[in-house]
Write a protein that binds this ligand. Sequence first.
Ligand code: BJW
Ligand code: ZN
Length: 243
Amino acid sequence: MSDFTRASALLAQAGHIAVMTGAGVSAESGIPTFRGPGGLWRGRDPMTLAAPEAFAADPGLVWEFYNWRRALVARAVPNPAHIALVELARRVPRLTLITQNVDRLHQRAGSRDVLELHGNLAEVRCLGCGATEDRSGESLPPLPQCGTCGTLVRPAVVWFGESLPGDVWLAAESAVRTADLVLVVGTSAVVYPAAGLIATARRAGAAVIEVNLEPTPASGSVAIGLYGKAGEILPRLVTGASS
Ligand code: BJW
Ligand code: ZN
């Protein structure tokens, strides 16, 4: 039996599937990944900008990077990988979608109750009063201010060295502990604590399937690795799971 057929069978039998996605799931929508080819912004490693120290040193530069990404995401549309996960949720008794992505393309495809581990680009958070505001659908000025108190705001994302939103993290951990199958899609599996969910799932007895262009540090510990584009593999996998 091929890996693909085994993966389809596991999907068809599962009562609770947890899916964890990374930047690779949005790559076919034209959103650059963080690592690997096309990851640089104006010759800079985006990881040097996704840090509180970078924002403290030069908020204008960091906002320029995030405003560029907000515009890119606003123009992008969900791809067949996002859509296949909506369809999968319809076909299985229970599905929890956990994403490291901040682009909200899963929600725009129709996924509900998405657990956003690293926040999102739609909202901003005030550095003064702490208020969070949804500023999607508008083009922000170079140094955007809080609608309530006028202080500088920051993107409502999780940067290196910052804690993940506690309630979201607890829900994600609980999902991978109780799922019988965990599908890991388009993540390099190097950023913690998100990457640690794969080991947590394994320890709890879930079968883990990885979908990626190439093997990752997690590949040695997964039950099945399917290597290719998520936008091609996921639709076939979801259709195969019910045939
Ligand atoms: C395709 C494809 C296609 C392409 N089809 N596939 C334990 C060990 C070591 C370090 C740490 C640790 N615990 C914590 C740390 C520190 C740090 C960390 O992990 N560092 C490592 C990098 C070394 N973690 C943190 O700081 C986290 N906070 C934390 O732990 O708080 C507690 C703490 C505080 C202080 C000290 C210690 C602990 C926070 C992490 C926040 C990550 N934030 C970012 C930016 C978000 C905002 C923004 O978007 O700007 O999140 S970084 C960036 O990486 C982003 C992503 O969500 C995240 C993961 O990237 P992802 O999604 O995996 O993308 P890529 O580009 O890496 O990979 C894409 C993959 O897709 C590739 O594999 C391709 O092959 C594949 N692909 N096209 C299928 N078509
Ligand atoms: Zn404020």
